[in-house]
Design a binder for this molecule. Structure first.
Ligand code: B12
Ligand code: SF4
Length: 421
């Protein structure tokens, strides 16, 4: 049986350098697909879909709300030809009723230990309209090593530099922040994977540089100590969401290869200033994630915030506009106040205003989004600041002799160049 798995394209943030990370959901999902199924993967951000290709079942893996409009077009094209389509992934869970209108089947929840039964149903002609495991997540020990071999790895580079590989050591998040959907997705629980399985997966990845996509590395202190201690000998370099703000943990993280973290910066307080300083003191760089449009922000507030980011010398900043994604706490409160202006999912890429801000007009907030990007990057674009971050990691790889680990051919050509008169 042949299954084509597709990751539909989505619009990148206006102003951000266009780069494409290897999709994570699809490769983790692929590990749950029985080996008897011949699986072919297409990342539409970088590959063209061949609608005439022969297959028995199409799977659409949809992570973002703004991916949905394209996912629906792709599904319609296959279904027109009589090829059944099953949807899964985060946006499928967040928009299940709407997605069901465009699908033969929808899969809600995590697929580990569950997808083989869907294939059995399909092969016996009885695939169900809905598979719903949202209230019953699998044991995190069932999460296997992602099947990264389904990716065409050569596509994932930026100007010749290999992109990071994505990996996760836990699921869920015990916090329930206002703009976030993870409470709904993961049941507000932290679910760590067994550390030996994580290490096995990290060892298998043919890349020095990783993005650990766990929601938050600040949920369980002892687990972090165990994880970072086990990771240190691998000498990988990695990016992550926030790490527990604690000197011992940050030191262990740095020793385990922490390269830079995404750190939410929501105000200009000393708490944030000190957090940034502590990260820097441990040699960990910072990509600030800054949400624009919260209720306390007006034009001056945003200007002060951008000045602050420049003053504390953030390495990189990613500005987004507050977006009321379905099943986030903020959507419920904005909806109750009648402040949602649009539910056109294409506009839900986090760079367009789709709600009524409290202290600005929607047009002013949109203008301030551009102001923030333009001002922060006035003395060098996003690509230049990213380039500096990459130079930092290359320097560390040279120091601990890991730079050529997955690229011995480069070492030989470098040595040859050096030996030439
Ligand atoms: C990693 C990540 C990213 C990465 C994605 C990289 C990549 N190429 O994969 C990057 C950094 C690019 C990213 C960007 C954004 N992200 Co993001 N991201 C995540 C994160 C942290 C983890 C996703 C993940 O990998 N999960 C682990 C995998 C294994 O789980 P999974 O995909 O659900 O897959 C399982 C099942 O769903 C199932 N499955 C998956 N596919 C399929 C297919 C079929 C057919 C079937 C049957 C089953 C199935 O099997 C898998 C195994 O069980 C989530 C939060 C979260 N907890 O999920 C946010 C999240 C998805 N992101 C979010 C947001 C808001 C964004 C941004 C829009 C804004 C921002 N800056 O954060 C940007 C995009 C901006 C833009 N326009 O360019 C929101 C989604 C909002 C929405 N509704 O659109 C989330 C939920 C976080 C939140 N704040 O609430 N993100
Ligand atoms: S924003 Fe981060 S810490 Fe807060 S609920 Fe979402 S994933 Fe957890």
């Amino acid at each position: 049986m042949k299954m084509t798995l597709i990751y539909p394209s989505w619009p990148k943030l206006d102003r951000q350098t266009e780069f494409h990370l290897p999709p994570h959901g699809p490769v983790v999902f692929a590990a749950t697909v029985p080996k008897t199924v011949e699986l072919h993967f297409i990342d539409e951000n970088l590959q063209k879909i061949d609608f005439s290709e022969n297959c028995d079942l199409v799977g659409l893996s949809v992570m973002l709300t703004c991916q949905l409009p394209r996912a629906f077009e792709v599904a319609a094209e296959f279904r027109k030809q009589g090829i059944p389509v099953i949807f899964g992934g985060i946006a499928t869970m967040l928009h299940s009723d709407e997605v069901a209108l465009h699908a033969d089947s929808i899969f809600l929840g995590e697929a580990e230990g569950r997808f083989a039964a869907v294939i059995d149903d399909f092969q016996s002609g009885g695939m169900k309209k809905v598979y719903n495991y949202m209230d019953n997540p699998p044991d995190a020990g069932l999460i296997g090593t992602a099947r990264r071999e389904i990716l065409n790895r050569e596509l994932y580079n930026y100007r010749g530099v290999q992109m990071l590989d994505l990996v996760h050591a836990s699921r869920g998040c015990k916090f329930d922040c206002f703009p976030c959907c993870t409470g709904f997705l993961g049941g507000k629980n932290f679910r760590p994977r067994p550390i030996d399985k994580v290490i096995q997966e990290l060892e298998a990845i043919q890349n020095n540089r990783l993005f650990i996509v766990d929601n938050s590395l600040s949920q369980d202190r002892q687990w972090l100590i165990d994880l970072f201690t086990a990771m240190a000998p691998l000498k990988k370099k990695w990016v992550s969401h926030p790490i527990l703000d604690d000197d011992q943990i940050l030191r262990l993280a740095a020793d385990a290869g922490a390269w830079y973290v995404y750190q939410a910066v929501f105000d200009t307080s000393d708490v944030i200033r000190n957090r940034i300083k502590r990260l820097k003191d441990h040699g960990i760089a910072i990509e600030g994630t800054i949400i624009l449009g919260t209720d306390e922000q007006d034009e001056d507030y945003i200007k002060r915030l951008v000045d602050f980011l420049l003053e504390v010398e953030l390495d990189v900043a990613e500005f987004t506009i507050l977006t009321p994604f379905p099943h986030s706490p903020i959507r419920a409160s904005l909806a109750a106040e009648g402040r949602i202006l649009s539910s056109d999912w294409l506009k839900y890429g986090a760079d367009k205003v789709v709600f009524q801000p409290k202290l600005m007009t929607p047009e002013k907030l949109q203008e301030m989004y551009h102001y923030a990007w333009n001002t922060f990057y006035a003395d060098g674009g996003h690509a230049i600041k990213m380039g500096k971050l990459f130079r930092k990691v290359i320097q560390r790889e040279m120091e601990d002799d890991t730079y050529y680990r997955y690229n011995p051919r480069m070492k030989r050509s470098f040595a040859k160049q050096k030996s030439q008169p």
